[in-house]
Design a protein around this ligand. Structure first.
Ligand code: HAM
Length: 419
C-alpha cells in the first residue's frame, strides 16, 4: 500500500470540525478589525523566497521544496505566505488604491524540516499582514489581535515574547558588534553558523545547536544598540500592550527565523506543545516591499501555525462534529424512493439529512441514526405510506408522532430551528 509522504498528514473529518471552528472564528475576528482575505498560489518562483526570507536562513538553505519546471525555471512550494502576499501587493499595485491595506490568508505551507510532534513538512497557517503604516499602534494591534483570538478560543497560559530588531540605520551597527563578539567564539560555532555569520550574524542567535547556544551567552543585546527612533517606537508598543493588559515578556535574543524583520518582532509561545512552543510569530518588515521591487512601504504581520493551534485549543475545549438534523429510515423500495425525494427537499432547505440507501432492517437503520447523532428520525413504512402517513421520532426523548405525508417538510421545518 502506498502511504503518505513522511512529515505530511491527513486531517480527517473528526479533527476538521475543530479546524473549521478555528478558521470561522479567525475570519470573523480579523474581518472585524478590517482585514480582508486574499488567496494566493502555493507555487512561486524560488527567487521570491531567497530574496525575502534570506539566503542564510535554514528555510532557504535547507527546507524549501524546489524543483526545475519543464521550462527550466526554478519554482518553490511556498514555505510561508508573507513573501507571496508582498509579491501580490506589488504586482496588483495595491498601494495605489488604499493607504492602509489589510489582508489575511489561510492555507498550507511547506518546509522540509525534521518531522516531530507539532512540526510537519506540510502545515497550515493563518497569516495577517498590513501595508502602509509605520505607526506603533499597528504593531500593538498585530500583537493584541492574535492574543484576543486566543482568548476567544479559550486558550490560556500563553505569552508574547517581544523584541525590537532595529532599522536599517541601527541594525548594521548592532551586526558589527555581534560579529566581533561571535568571532571570538568561532571555534564553538556549528559549521552552518561559521559560514552564515558573515552573511547575517543574527542567524547565529537563532541557531538550535547546543554549542552555538552556549557560544552566545553574554552576547551584546540588540536593544542596547537601537537608534532613538527605534527605541521610542518600541517603548510605545510596550506601553500600549501594558495598557491593553497583554501579557508580554521582552526577549532580546528573539530574532526569528526569517531575515526580513525590522523593529518589532514577536512570538506567542505556550508550554503545552513540548519542544514546538511557538504557536504564532510575526513582526515588522518595513524594507521588504521595496526590496522586492515595490515602493517603499512599511508593513507588519504575523502568522499562526494552525496545526499547533488546533492541538492547543483541543486541550481546552472539545468541538463535536455537527450532528444530523434528520435520519430518514425507509422500509421497502417505494419508501426508499420517497425518502430520497424528502432527503433532497430537506437538504435544499438547509437541513443536514441522511438516509439508508441499501434497504437495511429498521433496527440497523435506527442504529445508524444514533451513530450519526441524529436529532430526529423520519420512519417510512410501506403500509403507513400507502395510508399517507409517516412516523416522526425525537431521538432524544424517544417520543414519536404520526404525521401526514403532505406535512413532512413543514413539520420538520417548524420543529427544527437551524441557522
Ligand atoms: P514563522 O514563525 O516561520 O513565521 O511561522 C509562523 C508559525 O507557523 C509558527 O509560529 C508555527 O506555529 C507555525 N509553523 C512553522 N513551521 C511549522 C512546521 N514545520 N510545522 C508546523 N507548524 C509550523 C512566518 O511564517 C512568517 N511569515 C510570519 C509573519 C507574517 N511575519 C510577518 N507576517
Amino acid at each position: 500500500m502506498i502511504q503518505l509522504v513522511r512529515g505530511f498528514k491527513d486531517i480527517l473529518p473528526e479533527e476538521l470540525s475543530l479546524w473549521q471552528y478555528i478558521e470561522k472564528k479567525a475570519i470573523s475576528l480579523f474581518s472585524a478589525f478590517g482585514y480582508k482575505e486574499i488567496r494566493l498560489p502555493l507555487l512561486e518562483k524560488s527567487a521570491l523566497f531567497a530574496r525575502s526570507i534570506g539566503e542564510g536562513t535554514d528555510i532557504v538553505e535547507k527546507e524549501m521544496y524546489s524543483f526545475i519546471d519543464r521550462n527550466e525555471e526554478w519554482l518553490t512550494l511556498r514555505p510561508e505566505a508573507t513573501a507571496s502576499v508582498v509579491r501580490a501587493y506589488i504586482q496588483h499595485k495595491m498601494y495605489a488604491t488604499e493607504p492602509l491595506r489589510k489582508l489575511f490568508t489561510i492555507g498550507p505551507m511547506f518546509r522540509r524540516e525534521r518531522p516531530q510532534k507539532g512540526r510537519y513538512r506540510q502545515f497550515y497557517q493563518i497569516g495577517v499582514e498590513a501595508f502602509g503604516s509605520a505607526s506603533p499602534l499597528l504593531d500593538a494591534q498585530m500583537i493584541y489581535m492574535p492574543m484576543l483570538f486566543l482568548s476567544r478560543l479559550g486558550v490560556k497560559d500563553v505569552k508574547v515574547h517581544v523584541n525590537s530588531l532595529g532599522c536599517e540605520e541601527c541594525r548594521p551597527i548592532y551586526k558589527e558588534k555581534l560579529l566581533s563578539f561571535i568571532n571570538t567564539k568561532e571555534a564553538q560555532l556549528c559549521p552552518d553558523c561559521q559560514r552564515r555569520k558573515e552573511v547575517n550574524p543574527l542567524r547565529v542567535l537563532d541557531c538550535k545547536v547546543l554549542s552555538c547556544k552556549e557560544a552566545i551567552v553574554g552576547v551584546p543585546d540588540v536593544l542596547g544598540s537601537l537608534c532613538g527612533a527605534c527605541d521610542t517606537h518600541f517603548k510605545i508598543v510596550l506601553e500600549i500592550l501594558s495598557r491593553q493588559k497583554v501579557p508580554f515578556e521582552i526577549s532580546p535574543s528573539l530574532v526569528r527565523g526569517l531575515d526580513y524583520y525590522t523593529r518589532t518582532a514577536f512570538e506567542i509561545q505556550t508550554d503545552l506543545l513540548g519542544a514546538q512552543s511557538a504557536i504564532a510569530g510575526g513582526g515588522r518588515y518595513d524594507g521588504l516591499v521595496s526590496a522586492l521591487g515595490g515602493p517603499s512601504t512599511p508593513a507588519i504581520g504575523f502568522a499562526f501555525g494552525l496545526d499547533r493551534l488546533a492541538e492547543v485549543v483541543s486541550q481546552y475545549q472539545t468541538i463535536l462534529p455537527l450532528g444530523l438534523d434528520v435520519f430518514i429510515a425507509a422500509l421497502g423500495e417505494k419508501s426508499q424512493g420517497k425518502a430520497f425525494d424528502w432527503l433532497c427537499e430537506l437538504a435544499k432547505q438547509g437541513f443536514t439529512v441522511e438516509m439508508d440507501f441499501d434497504g437495511r432492517s429498521l433496527k440497523s437503520q435506527m442504529k445508524q441514526a444514533d451513530r450519526l447523532n441524529a436529532r430526529f428520525a423520519l420512519i417510512i413504512g410501506e403500509e403507513e405510506l400507502s395510508q399517507g402517513a409517516v412516523i416522526f421520532r425525537n431521538m432524544e426523548t424517544k417520543e414519536q408522532i404520526s404525521i401526514s405525508t403532505q406535512e413532512v417538510v413543514q413539520v420538520i421545518a417548524d420543529t427544527i430551528s437551524f441557522k
